[in-house]
Design a protein around this ligand. Structure first.
Ligand code: C5P
Length: 234
């Protein structure tokens, strides 16, 4: 497949056209941002880790019946994906209170939920990705009711599959963000699943092995990303 012109450069990835209109090439960068772009930095080696980890997880999800945009790994930073129309929703699933949930609702970080929570944010940088509910998403015509029901069901299935997967590596899946897209009329999982988009805590010590180390200036950011890579064996 031929890599053609760049279509888009995001905070952590570049997207290129290919000679097949159904496919794009995503190229992962080491650039890191937080707080809607207010904090900027570099996490050396992150692009490679996020690319390979996402691909490994997407392949595992596909094997377990979740349709994703993943097609094939080209090299450590470049991947062929299906060209989806992104649904402008950030879909967050939480198993344990942390981050914005703890801050907004005054719940101590680490509080375990009986059932996972799901929430939607409107993917819009100018508005700061505001939290919305199903009826807002429908009113804004971001997705249909059927699509939203399907997205929530898929997100919860991904949560169950990933929780099991990470536990085998002695990692607790605290929360994560997913994005979905439409491909030939069907909703499929898109974007990435990586330490940038998940909270991952060591099962025994609760040590943070994710982007919170960058967001909160906890140090050893690269070490945490490498630790996840070593534990998952990719
Ligand atoms: O900040 P908050 O607690 O809402 O984040 C919940 C989860 O979603 C975290 O795992 C975080 O890494 C992820 N997230 C993300 N991209 C965003 C917002 C949150 O990947 N824009």
């Amino acid at each position: 497949m031929q890599k053609l012109e760049q279509l888009y450069e995001g905070k952590a990835k570049k997207v290129f056209k290919t000679d097949n209109e159904d496919y794009l090439i995503v190229s992962y960068k080491d650039d890191a941002t937080a707080f809607n772009g207010l904090k900027k930095g570099t996490i050396v080696g992150k692009g490679e880790i996020n690319n390979l980890m996402s691909n490994k997880l997407f392949a595992y999800l596909e094997e377990n019946g979740v349709k994703t945009h993943f097609v094939e790994t080209i090299d450590s930073r470049n991947t062929v994906v299906k060209s989806v129309e992104i649904v402008p929703l950030e879909v967050i699933v939480r198993n344990v209170a942390a981050g914005s949930f703890s801050k907004r609702l005054g719940v101590e970080e680490g509080t375990i939920f009986d059932e996972p929570t799901t929430e939607f944010s409107y993917k819009n940088d100018e508005l700061g990705d505001p939290l919305i509910n199903d009826s807002f998403a429908i009113a804004l015509k971001l997705a249909t009711k059927e699509e939203i029901d399907q997205i929530r069901e898929m997100a919860l299935k991904v949560n169950e599959l990933l929780k099991t997967y990470f536990l085998k590596a002695n990692i607790k899946l605290i929360d994560f963000k997913l994005e979905f897209g439409r491909f030939h009329g069907e909703i499929i999982l898109a974007d990435e699943i990586s330490p940038d988009t998940c909270r991952l805590w060591d099962k025994d010590t609760n040590e943070k092995l994710d982007k919170d180390r960058f967001r909160r200036d906890l140090g050893n950011v690269e070490g945490a990303y490498s630790e996840v890579r070593n534990r998952l064996g990719f």
